[in-house]
Structures are given as structure tokens and as C-alpha cells.
Design a protein around this ligand. Structure first.
Ligand code: PSU
Ligand code: MN
Length: 304
């Protein structure tokens, strides 16, 4: 029961060594509002296909870990009618035993992608070290240090402590590659001002770095960070103000643990009058495209 169940097109692509891109599901169930979340999930799968790879959205459906979902399953995760757990590394056993629905975070999607033999995964933003005194560090970070999957994201948003997040990744040996940038992207805005040492200007260059990292026998993930497209980026001061308000509300309402990130994301959409939502959708789409292009290059390196 706990083995992975593959959608036929994903199983076939993996069997034939064709490029596959994993997509997460927490962004659908807990990261974006209905109905934009469902439209986005379908859009990302389409973009991955258009760029030559097979999409594999990952989740737990009634206790069954699945790699590649049907349209009906995507809707169940998105529509808010079915209770959906937010799954990180610690939650698999509980969700499977309870036959629950589970949306996988970056950490959980990496685990399942790796078990499935998928090397590239596209998401929006990763979790990181939270601001403030509470020792809240996303399970995404330790996962990146131990699971060899390339994660394409738009950096992390400034609801997090970005300098500490980067320090953590350095300490635990996770390469952070700027895709056409030399600075760590800050999700809604193209840069955090924090410098990155590694830069790739094409999918070929990124694939060469990823391949060499694993080729040397290292077992960690690789983070490929892509700045939000400039036309969809938010004003830096405005986003800081909105984030400050959302953080203040989380604090006064004593939001903690796994509720924190979904609460902040949801409030930001409301506080910004939908601006954060537009930026979020645009960067997710771009990341799916870049991930597909990198997956194609990695597959070419294997066969060519
Ligand atoms: N950042 C986003 N959107 C998201 C998330 C993060 O911009 O939807 C989700 C991802 O699934 C990520 C998770 O893995 O939140 C991190 O949650 P936490 O901070 O509780 O570890
Ligand atoms: Mn946390």
C-alpha cells in the first residue's frame, strides 16, 4: 500500500529515460487560493509538456503516495472540500496509515521524486529559517542537504530570514545556483541583495553543474534559483510593508508550526490586494519552464 503509484505516462517516460519534472502539491492546497490554484496546477503541467518533459505532480491520495495525478485528484487537492494534510518528511507514516489526503511540501516532494527516480523538481519558493526568536526551521532545508534532487525555485520570500537560510544551506553543503542572476532571488522581488557565488546562464550550464555535483558522489540536493520575471515583480518597499503586517498578525494571533507559512501566504494575498498572487503565479510558471529545460539537458547528458 505504501509503495509509489505512478501515472502511466510518468512510468513510461521514466522507463524510457525521457525527462520528467516533479511538481509539488502543498502550493496547490495550502499555498494558493481556489480557483487559481487548480488553474495553475494544470498550467504548470502544460508548460512542462510544451518544453519537452513529462510532468509528475506528487501527493498522497487516500493514503496512496502518487507520482502523477489525474485531473480529478488535482481538483480534490485544490477545491478545499476534502481535508488535505500538509506533508513533510515526518508525516508520511501518519498520512498513509490514516488513508488521508496529503499535499507534499518541498521536502516531501523531494523524497518521493527521489524514490521515483526523478531528478528535477519545480516549485515556487522553498521554506527556510523563519524570522524571530522561535527556532522554526523548515524541514525543506535538511531535506535539501540529504536528498539528491535539483529544486528549481524563485528563492525564498522575505517572510523568512534570508541571510540565515543561505548560511544554513552553506553549512550543510547545498549548492545554490543563481539562474541568470548573481544574487539570491527573494520570491516576489528579483533580488534579496545577498550575493551568490554560483551562476548558470543557460539550462546546459545548470545541468552541467548538477551532473558534476552528483557525479562526484555528493548526495545533497541542488537549489537552482530563478528571479521572478521583472514584469510580474512587486515593488520592494510595498512588499516589505505587506510582509511586516502579515508577520505582525501571525504574532498577535499566535500562529505557529506548520500553520505559519500558509497563514502568511494567505494574508499576503489579501493585504496586497492580489499583487502577491500575480507574482506567485508568474514565477511558478517560469520555474516550471526552466525545470523542464534543465531536465531535458540532464537527459541529453545521459544519452548523448
Ligand atoms: N513557499 C511558497 N509557497 C508555498 C510554500 C512555500 O512561496 O506554497 C510551501 C512549500 O510547499 C514549502 C512549504 O515546502 O510551504 C514550507 O512550509 P514550512 O515553512 O512549514 O516548512
Ligand atoms: Mn516550520
Amino acid at each position: 500500500m505504501s509503495q509509489l503509484k505512478f501515472a502511466p505516462e510518468v512510468a513510461e517516460a521514466l522507463h524510457e529515460g525521457r525527462p520528467v519534472v516533479a511538481l509539488e502539491s502543498t502550493v496547490i492546497s495550502h499555498g494558493l487560493p481556489w480557483p487559481e490554484n487548480l488553474a495553475l496546477a494544470a498550467k504548470l503541467e502544460g508548460l512542462v509538456r510544451e518544453h519537452g518533459a513529462t510532468p509528475a505532480t506528487i501527493a498522497i491520495i487516500a493514503g496512496q503516495p502518487k507520482v502523477g495525478l489525474s485531473a480529478n485528484e488535482l481538483e480534490q487537492l485544490a477545491d478545499g472540500k476534502t481535508p488535505v494534510m500538509k506533508i513533510s518528511r515526518r508525516d508520511f507514516g501518519v498520512a498513509i496509515a490514516r488513508k488521508a489526503y496529503g499535499a507534499t511540501t518541498v521536502a516531501a516532494t523531494m523524497i518521493m521524486a527521489h524514490k521515483a527516480g526523478i531528478a528535477v523538481f519545480a516549485t515556487g519558493g522553498i521554506g527556510g529559517v523563519h524570522l524571530g526568536a522561535a527556532m522554526d526551521i523548515s524541514a525543506d532545508l535538511p531535506e535539501l542537504s540529504q536528498t539528491p534532487v535539483a529544486v528549481v525555485c524563485a528563492g525564498a520570500k522575505s517572510i523568512l530570514d534570508l541571510p540565515r537560510t543561505l548560511e544554513w544551506l552553506e553549512t550543510f553543503g547545498v549548492p545554490v545556483i543563481g539562474y541568470r542572476t548573481s544574487e539570491f532571488p527573494a520570491f516576489y522581488i528579483p533580488s534579496s541583495g545577498l550575493k551568490l557565488e554560483a551562476r548558470a546562464d543557460s539550462p546546459t550550464e545548470a545541468a552541467a553543474m548538477i551532473d558534476a555535483h552528483w557525479g562526484f558522489g555528493l548526495q545533497s540536493g541542488v537549489l537552482v534559483t530563478v528571479p521572478v520575471p521583472t514584469e510580474s515583480a512587486m515593488d520592494a518597499d510595498k512588499v516589505q510593508r505587506d510582509i511586516a503586517q502579515a508577520l505582525h498578525e501571525a504574532d498577535t494571533q499566535k500562529i505557529s508550526g506548520k500553520e505559519t507559512t500558509p497563514f502568511l501566504l494567505g494574508r499576503l494575498v489579501e493585504i496586497s490586494g492580489g499583487e502577491t498572487l500575480r507574482a506567485n503565479l508568474a514565477l511558478l510558471e517560469q520555474n516550471a519552464v526552466v525545470a523542464a529545460q534543465i531536465a531535458v539537458e540532464l537527459a541529453n547528458r545521459k544519452t548523448g
